[in-house]
Design a protein around this ligand. Structure first.
Ligand SMILES: O=c1[nH]c(=O)c2nc[nH]c2[nH]1
Ligand SMILES: [Zn+2]
Length: 445
């Protein structure tokens, strides 16, 4: 492929929570970066002045459009063998009964490599160009996840999970081992010098980590300028346990704040039951939230008040949260987020429902912001890296039929209808091509 490529056709990109720019035009990509964006008439002028010689041109057909790649802000790679299973218990029982026994197996690096290759391919197939992964407690096992991500050229944050509190499965380390292994993990990922992959500091949650460990982890994060990922306020039983084991703190958020992990490079999954004061604290600290509607429902954790979180000024992205969540697809996460928000509105919370436009933002630019990657990805802007999906809305054999009926009159209306159909009905069959930093990465599973 020529190093300079022009993509020409219908283009959709978020510019803010409520605004989407949909237009017929072109994007020029050079060495993986967006060099120029313009309209069809500007492209025609370039054509006539012979300034496109040497460019590789990808011409989209009617029914196709280009959009930014999907961002999964929270998923657990080692839990994929359990996807769709064991969703009959609340969080803490579910972890003990199904999740920790599976995650323990990842010290077997061959098992880890086999699972992780399938996971990364599954996500790419579903259009997830950036994933923020929890690995397992195993250093070597989680390095296999890093290898899979690098091999398949996915953009990713990867965390070796930290846990030092006792559980029945015996799935935890001493504080000393944790601190040592996390630093080794961070260094090994940085030594790989892969510009798509970065380490994330990953205290599992305050049920599994004490204040001492989390304070050490916050120092490692600071030293290497890493993102921190964890879980907060997912389930009422979890919150009660955290408050009982941390009697000096008034709230779950305060436990984390005392360990210095709440900052603008921290992303917390769930945030279902935060008080207004806690939301204000997270907002002040610049913490982002990964909204995981599927697992909040499947584990019966609660209906997350997404609109209130957004209104408090917190950056929000979407997470599939496999295997508490039962789908690896961010398209599914968009629909689940819309559903839960509509249910809250049906229950009387005014303005709780989020629109498809907002869901599109959360799945792309919102996710990029939440992972501190918005300078690179999340939308089409000159200077950003080209992480993109080529969508064929009416793909033969796909889930969306083309009917000879439309009320659309303008180009924008036609484009918005195509995007809406994809958001509400589409699946991986509609995602014809996946590009990460300008390189095509979708291969059949
Ligand atoms: O949905 C979840 N999945 C997990 O693996 C987990 N660990 C702590 N809290 C969690 N929540
Ligand atoms: Zn999770």
């Amino acid at each position: 492929m020529a190093s300079e490529t022009i993509y020409s056709g219908l283009i959709a990109t978020s510019t803010s929570l409520t605004q989407i720019n949909i237009f017929n035009g072109f994007i020029t990509v050079e060495n993986g970066k967006i060099k120029q964006i313009g309209t069809t008439s500007e492209l025609n002028q370039l054509r006539h002045s012979n300034r496109l010689n040497g460019y590789n041109i990808v011409q989209l057909h009617p029914g196709q459009f280009l959009m930014p790649g999907l961002v999964d802000c929270h998923t657990h790679a080692p839990q994929f063998p359990n996807i769709g299973l064991g969703l009959d218990r609340p969080l803490l029982e579910w972890l003990d009964k199904y999740t920790f026994p599976l995650e323990k197996k990842y010290s077997d690096t061959q098992f880890a490599a086999e699972v992780y290759n399938k996971v990364v391919r599954r996500l790419l197939n579903n259009g997830t160009t950036t994933a923020c992964y929890f690995g397992s407690l195993s250093l070597e096992g989680t390095l296999e996840l890093v290898q899979s991500v690098i091999a398949h050229r996915q953009r990713a944050l990867v965390g070796k999970v930290s846990m030092n509190r006792h559980n029945d499965a015996g799935y935890y380390n001493t504080t000393e081992t944790e601190i040592k292994e996390v630093e080794i993990f961070v260094r090994k990922v940085l030594e790989a010098k892969n510009d798509l992959v970065q380490p994330a500091i990953t205290p599992r949650f305050a049920v599994s980590c004490d204040e001492e460990l989390m304070t050490y982890l916050s120092k490692i994060a600071q030293k290497y300028d890493c993102m921190i990922q964890s879980h907060i306020s997912e389930n009422k039983g979890e919150i009660q346990y955290v408050l009982e084991t941390n009697p000096d703190s008034q709230s779950y958020s305060e436990v984390y704040d005392k360990s210095n992990i709440l900052n603008n490079k921290c992303i917390m999954a769930h945030a279902v039951h935060l008080s207004s004061q806690e939301m204000a604290l997270l907002s002040r600290r610049g913490v982002s939230v990964a909204h995981c509607a599927a697992s909040n429902t499947r584990l019966m954790s609660g209906l997350c008040p997404l609109r209130r979180i957004l209104a408090s000024g917190i950056n929000v992205g979407l997470g599939t949260d496999v295997s508490g969540g039962d789908s690896a697809s961010i398209l599914d996460a968009m629909r689940r987020a819309m559903d839960v928000s509509q249910h809250l509105q049906l229950q009387g919370q005014a303005d709780a429902a989020i629109s498809w436009r907002e869901a599109f933002y959360l799945a792309t630019l919102g996710g990029a912001k939440a992972l501190s990657l918005a300078d690179k990805i999340g939308s089409f802007e000159v200077g950003k890296e080209f992480d993109a999906l080529l969508i064929n809305v009416y793909k033969d054999g796909g889930p969306i039929d083309c009917h000879d009926y439309s009320v659309d009159t303008t180009e924008t209306e036609v484009g918005e209808s195509m995007l809406q159909k994809f958001i509400y009905l589409g699946d991986d069959r509609n995602i014809e091509k996946v590009y990460i930093k300008g390189v095509e990465v979708k291969h059949s599973l």
